[in-house]
Design a protein around this ligand. Structure first.
Ligand code: BG6
Length: 290
């Protein structure tokens, strides 16, 4: 066994999923999680004794080169459509390619898995390195580190596009975005949030210039999910609602009722410039409050 993986014997398992998907299963006394090597995409996480916190579609398709519907896809190095080239993949390319395992570590009541990607894509001519550290325990911590290893600065858009499992999306409230300005991708234009965010139809919004943590209050599951973020200036809230969900083909016809994306991003006006030799770090901690 590779020495960088030895220390976690019993906590980390490498298994093969549907269609040859390489998966890392993590299990310790505080929580369980599954991570796909494709896209370094976390597919599931539950603290011990809790319902799943991260939503994964029952109709998910495991197709090489295509992000799985649910979990935490990593959008990188742009968010949404490419700003100039509409033929480039939506949300960048990092979620569609296989990453390498950089190491695993046993920590106090948690397990850390690190994955690494050195992009070599025509879409992205900038020498760079990407590392994703996932810490699985009673909380889930994800860190996305972008290093500029070239001689020119580049503009970076990125997101941890997290799908949360909720009892009924029509009943939840998101706190933390009160007063934030947002781009409304459903109705067009810009708007300003007043009070908590609720979802009763399709919602697709980029909340701008907000470094605030969010709370998802779920009265059906009787819990609050906390999202604490650093290195992120925008938050996206997305639910496709029925009509779009049907068209998507991998979300299930009523899957939209049990999911909600609250994404910690740097998107639209909040993209960041990474100078040569420097790095950018986006990190998010997810926890469940009773
Ligand atoms: C959200 C975007 O982040 O992701 C939506 O704001 C988009 O516009 C959604 O539809 C899902 O994107 P995809 O590419 O995973 O289907």
């Amino acid at each position: 066994m590779d020495s960088k993986l030895e220390a976690t014997f019993g906590e980390v398992d490498f298994v093969e999923g549907q269609n040859g998907f390489k998966l890392i299963e993590v299990k310790n006394s505080a929580g369980i999680a599954t991570i796909a090597l494709q896209g370094a995409q976390l597919l599931s996480w539950a603290p011990a004794g809790e319902k799943p916190v991260i939503w994964l579609s029952k109709n998910a398709k495991y197709v090489q080169g295509k992000s799985v519907r649910g979990g935490i896809p990593i959008c990188w190095p742009w968010f949404g459509p490419h700003p100039e080239e509409s033929s480039y993949p939506a949300h960048g390319f990092a979620r569609n390619i296989v990453w390498e395992v950089a190491g695993t570590k046993s920590l106090m009541n948690a397990t850390q898995v690190a994955l690494r990607l050195v992009p070599n894509e025509a879409f992205w001519p900038y020498p760079s390195e990407l590392e994703c550290r996932v810490k699985v325990g009673k909380t889930l911590e994800m860190e996305l580190i972008t290093r500029n290893t070239g001689l020119e600065p580049f503009t970076l858009g990125c997101a941890l596009h997290t799908y949360f499992e909720v009892g009924d999306v029509r009943k939840i409230e998101i706190l933390g975005l009160e007063e934030a300005a947002y781009i409304d991708k459903v109705n067009g234009g810009k708007n300003r949030q007043s009070g908590p965010v609720t979802v009763n139809s399709e919602v697709d919004r980029i909340y701008l210039d907000t470094a605030s943590d969010c709370l998802i209050r779920d009265p059906i599951y009787n819990r609050v999910i906390r999202v604490e973020k650093q290195g992120s200036r925008s938050t996206v809230v997305w639910n496709p609602w029925l009509e779009k969900a049907i068209k998507m083909g991998d979300l299930g016809d009523d899957g939209y009722l049990n999911m909600l994306c609250v994404e910690s991003c740097n998107a639209a006006d909040d993209v960041v410039i990474v100078p040569p030799g420097k790095s950018h770090r986006l990190s998010v901690r997810y926890s469940v409050l009773a």
